[in-house]
Write a protein that binds this ligand. Structure first.
Ligand SMILES: [Zn+2]
Length: 133
């Protein structure tokens, strides 16, 4: 996984959605066996507006799928969902956010609370963060 420092240098600040993108991308690569950079296709739903769109930078960093290569795409939706596909073995995994995580995200107030929660996310069990399909 990319270091937190490198991710923040790229994105410009530390926030929970950046971390969620990093974690989701790592998990999706593992679950599909997809190869970083060229061997993965990523679809992101419901992350069109800041801060939710910060998710997309985290996903680009963790999966290596980028807008430059055209293997990540975003779609409007009222719910965040990340779909990752391995074009070699056709495996697809879809990640959502758990209800308890959504409640915590929605209750965050202010920059420092968001930053603190972003760091906590790194230590949380992935099952408490993502739903898997
Ligand atoms: Zn951000």
């Amino acid at each position: 996984m990319i270091s937190l420092k490198d991710a923040v240098n790229f994105h410009g600040h530390l926030g929970p959605y950046l971390i969620l993108g990093l974690l989701a991308g790592d998990l999706g690569l593992k679950k599909t066996g997809a190869k970083k950079y060229f061997g993965v296709e990523v679809k992101v739903y419901g992350a069109n507006i800041k801060p939710k769109s910060c998710l997309i930078d985290g996903l680009q960093l963790s999966t290596g799928a980028t807008y430059g290569k055209g293997n990540i795409k975003k779609y409007a939706s009222d719910r965040i969902k990340i779909s990752m596909r391995n074009p070699e073995n056709k495996k697809v995994v879809t990640l959502g956010l758990t209800g308890s995580l959504l409640r915590e995200l929605n209750s965050l107030k202010g920059h420092s609370a968001s930053e603190k929660f972003a760091r906590e996310l790194l230590k949380l069990n992935k099952q408490k963060i993502f739903t898997l399909k």
